[in-house]
Design a protein around this ligand. Structure first.
Ligand SMILES: *Cc1c(COP(=O)(O)O)cnc(C)c1O
Length: 402
């Protein structure tokens, strides 16, 4: 097998944990029934498996199983939450508040609603990536129907103050949605204590399979109305039609169960790895930490580097590590990250950035290799005659110890 770069892109996705895969496998072949089939055991057994995941997810966020609606992922959950509320409450008001650093799966549905005539307020963030609660309060209007603020940012890992936001929203009778795709299994979430009405979840950022997620929809105090965005057989209490996908749902439940059981120790371990990486990198001048130093996911480190070209930096890192940069490359354009520009960065700093997403299967040894190679790459880009090309250096870094 060829040597592959060290995987440090856990905000993009994570591998399926072997224990998750083992739980899923029987549901492809032996237990293949449609959970909606109520007249035979094939349906009953997958219905029971689906129910179990509903219970696991509900317990994970202090909800009830009836409040969990399965979707294909967090993108669909965000769309259902935002467009579903807009359609159900437009007579009450047509104003929605969100934040500049949200994932495109929140920003884009909001922009779509804007094209239909809704008014959208996009709150700025402070230099550390956190929203200013006083700004949020100022943005409230009598016609505000929804506030959507993410739990944990996918680029800079910043954790927004959910409980404070929820308190303010409920005081004003405004529905509070949070995109918790990066947060589930990694930080404590409690929809009661945090007064959250809608919460988007996904399995594949927490060592579960891709293509499965959920939306928590509050049923009491208040009961949230949602206009379905996909019509059909009336699955998921009419909110999301379509045959349920038991293998993925079982995997989702198992993934969250494992993450919760290991949350305390894993958070500690990841924090140590991140601190070690930052301690090594911050020896070099002109490297900035992006996002709040403490209020962030344990496995997230995001840096901007002075005096180097962003594309060259990523190219130099690529042979050794799989990371992502602050520029979102779509097929046609390379634009600096909207998250990093929202922090007030210059274009150069927004471009020349690296997101390290450290996860369950990373080791201290890998972190040391990554730190050394990142430093060498930065130094060789700043001073090309300083040392051999980073690509050459890589072979010695990765050579197996004899
Ligand atoms: C990954 C991610 C999404 C999209 O989730 P999918 O399940 O891949 O659709 C949405 N929001 C955030 C914050 C994410 O990190």
């Amino acid at each position: 097998m060829s040597i592959r770069p060290i995987y440090l892109d856990c905000h993009a996705t994570t591998p399926v944990d072997e224990r998750v895969l083992a739980a899923m496998l029987p549901y492809f072949t032996e237990h293949f029934g449609n959970p909606s089939s109520i007249s035979h055991i094939y349906g009953w057994e997958t219905e029971a498996a689906v129910k179990q995941t509903r219970e696991i997810l509900a317990a994970a966020i202090n909800a009830t199983p009836e409040e969990i609606v399965f979707t294909s992922g967090a993108t669909e959950a965000n769309n259902l939450a935002i467009k579903g509320v807009a359609e159900a409450y437009f007579k009450k008001g047509q104003h929605i508040i969100t934040v500049a650093t949200e994932h495109s799966a929140v920003i884009d549905p909001c922009n779509y609603l804007k094209s239909l005539g809704f008014e959208i307020t996009i709150l700025p963030v402070q230099k550390d990536g956190l929203i200013d609660l006083a700004e949020l309060k100022k943005a409230f209007r009598p016609e505000t129907i929804l506030v959507s603020v993410m739990a944990a940012n996918n680029e800079i890992g910043v954790l927004q103050p959910l409980a404070e936001i929820g308190e303010m929203c409920h005081e004003h009778n405004i529905i509070f949605h949070t995109d918790a795709a990066q947060a589930i299994g990694k930080i404590p979430l409690d929809v009661q204590a945090m007064k959250i009405d809608l919460m988007s979840l996904t399995a594949h950022k927490v060592y579960g399979p891709k293509g499965i997620g959920a939306l928590y929809v509050r049923r009491r105090n208040p009961r949230v109305q949602l206009a379905p965005q996909q019509h059909g057989g009336g699955h998921e209490r009419g909110m999301r039609s379509g045959t349920l996908y038991p293998p993925q749902i079982v995997g989702f439940g198992k993934a969250v169960e494992i993450a919760l059981a290991e949350q305390a120790t894993e958070t500690q371990r990841l924090t140590q790895l991140r601190q070690s990486l930052w301690e090594q990198l911050s020896q070099v001048e002109g490297i900035h930490l992006n996002g709040h130093p403490q209020e962030r996911l344990a496995g997230n480190l995001n840096i901007s580097v002075e005096g180097v070209d962003g594309a060259a930096l990523l190219l130099g890192l690529q042979p050794v590590m799989a990371v992502s940069s602050g520029s979102a490359c779509s097929s046609a354009t390379t634009a600096p990250s909207h998250v990093l520009t929202a922090l007030g960065h210059s274009e150069q700093l927004a471009y020349a950035s690296v997101r390290f997403g450290i996860g369950r299967f990373n080791t201290q040894e890998e972190i040391d290799i990554v730190a050394k190679h990142t430093i060498a790459t930065i130094q060789s880009l700043r001073n090309p005659s300083f040392m051999d090309s980073p690509v050459k250096k890589r072979q010695s870094d990765l050579a197996p110890a004899d």
